[in-house]
Write a protein that binds this ligand. Structure first.
Ligand code: A2P
Length: 278
């Protein structure tokens, strides 16, 4: 097993830097087995969401893994349909039931829904006080949304989970979050497998003797982020965690930074769908 690394969040809890992503992991056997395989490979961080429909499978696998609940960091997210004060409290309780656990390590507002996001954040603060979640954060928030939370509540999210990879290098957001001690969690850190055969990445991968996926994951770690590669394939799950035994030099990191082409593979809060305005 390779060494686990942790970052300290602004609420003093620790978060493992590599977590298993489960967006698009089919509920049932596929997700259950992926979570078991990941824990066996050394992962201690699983990222799910109400919207993925696989919280039950994640919860069962965490329970069946044989690893103490306290040693596995579990994140889930409030779907935008449940935003609002009361509905957020209820949604959290329901997620806990589906996960079949007593607390969530990290609960995130999945989407910065206009009108509702501040009510949800108020509920998140209460949920944390009640011990239903240890840490609270957000996902898909822009600098403007983060600044709004700070101005209204003075309580900043521990993390902001956004799409992040060299092909979508959101440097301004990363710099802002660093300045506010908010950790960026990189989702779709493999650009959803849509750039793994891109020639410049291929050349760097050959030079380092690591796979393109490992190079992308290591880049996120060295840029100071938590990184959430998704896979339901055991050998790729192992591959994606084998990223603690090499280092990318500053000059190669700079070459990776230059791959940026604002390539967004997922929902973009800068260009939101009309039914989920931000
Ligand atoms: P699979 O689940 O079959 O392994 P992202 O995390 O950027 O959203 O990327 C997820 C996609 O990348 C999935 O299609 C996943 O497929 C694939 N994937 C995950 N790990 C690897 C890897 N090491 N090499 C190639 N493809 C991968």
């Amino acid at each position: 097993m390779t060494d686990q690394l942790f970052l300290k969040m602004n609420d003093n809890f620790q978060i493992p830097v590599v977590g298993l992503g489960t967006w698009k992991s089919e509920p049932g056997e596929a997700t259950y087995q992926a979570v078991l395989d990941s824990i066996e490979a050394g992962y201690r961080h699983i990222d799910t969401a109400r919207a993925y429909g696989n919280e039950e499978s994640v919860g069962s696998a965490v329970r069946d893994s044989g690893v103490n609940r306290g040693d596995v960091f579990v994140t889930t997210k409030l779907r935008w349909e449940d935003e609002g004060f009361e509905s957020t409290i209820e949604a959290c309780e329901k997620s806990l039931n589906r996960l079949n656990c007593d607390y969530i390590d990290l609960y995130l507002i999945h989407w910065p829904l206009r009108e509702k996001r501040n009510h949800s954040w108020k509920a998140f603060i209460e949920l944390r006080e009640r011990g239903l979640c240890k840490s609270i954060g957000v996902s898909n928030f822009t600098i403007e949304h983060l600044a709004e939370i700070e101005a209204k509540f003075g309580i900043l999210p521990a993390v902001n989970q956004v799409e992040f990879h060299p092909y979508y290098y959101q440097k301004e957001l990363l710099d802002y979050c660093n300045s506010k001690n908010i950790i960026i969690e990189a989702y779709s850190p493999l650009a959803h497998a849509k750039r793994l055969d891109e020639p410049k990445l291929g050349a760097i991968s050959e030079e380092l003797g690591k796979t393109p996926a490992q190079v992308l994951i290591r880049w996120s770690i060295q840029r100071g982020m938590v990184v959430l590669p998704k896979s339901v394939n055991k050998s790729r799950i192992i591959e994606n965690f084998s990223v603690f035994d090499f280092n990318i030099s500053d000059s190669v990191m700079a070459k990776l930074d230059e791959l940026d082409e604002s390539f967004v593979t997922c929902w973009d809060p800068h260009n939101p769908p009309p039914y989920a305005p931000v």
